[in-house]
Design a protein around this ligand. Structure first.
Ligand code: IMP
Ligand code: MG
Length: 177
């Protein structure tokens, strides 16, 4: 079923079942790779809140969760403009940090967060993103856990917004051509 947000129409793209499969595959890998490492998840607000919540329910190893905020997006195109990082506390020393992102587009947002994290003495830094647009991703750093690769089309739902609307949708919708 088509939905309308502000001035644009969106069509169904990824179902709840498909999203759940992607989240489960990320959780399985983390459960295996980080046993006895007590990873510290750093979820990037706002977009990753739903992914984070569902992922955490599938994490079976000892872990901690913290939230940071860093926005660079306006409308349906990545602006490339960087905003300040909020919420990083100094408890990341010697920790295995796993960044949780809803989507990696150009990678600019994440790149900035990585630069800040690299100045701290962490044990390791990994990235888990539900979605990746490989055709647009321009950065050199590795993405360790990717739920799904998608084409370069604007999507909403499951935490992702179009000018703040659509975050509540259970499935993911794509901008209608
Ligand atoms: P980047 O800096 O270009 O990688 O953009 C990353 C951020 O932009 C993500 O964390 C999202 O919040 C937002 N974003 C990127 N692509 C989309 C999209 O297709 N729909 C909604 N938000 C997006
Ligand atoms: Mg985001």
């Amino acid at each position: 079923m088509k939905i309308r947000l502000h001035d644009k129409d969106f069509v169904p793209y990824l179902s709840e079942t498909e999203i759940d499969k992607a989240v489960t595959s990320i959780a399985d890998q983390i459960n295996k790779n980080f046993q006895d490492k007590k990873p510290l998840f750093l979820a990037v607000l706002n977009g990753s809140f739903m992914f984070t919540s569902d992922l955490m329910k599938k994490i079976e190893i000892d872990c901690e969760l913290s939230f940071v905020k860093l926005a660079s997006y306006h409308g349906t195109q990545s602006s490339g403009e960087i905003k300040e990082l909020i919420g990083l506390s100094d408890n990341i020393y010697n920790r295995h940090v796993i960044i949780l992102e809803d989507i990696v587009d150009t990678g600019t947002t994440l790149g900035h967060l990585m630069e800040v994290l690299k100045t701290h003495d962490t044990a390791s830094i990994s990235i888990a993103t539900l979605l990746l647009k490989p055709d647009v991703f321009k950065k050199k750093y590795p993405l360790h856990f990717v739920g799904m690769e998608i084409p370069n089309k604007f999507v909403v739902g499951y935490g992702l917004d179009y000018n703040e609307s659509g975050r509540n949708l259970k499935a993911i919708y794509q901008l209608e051509e």
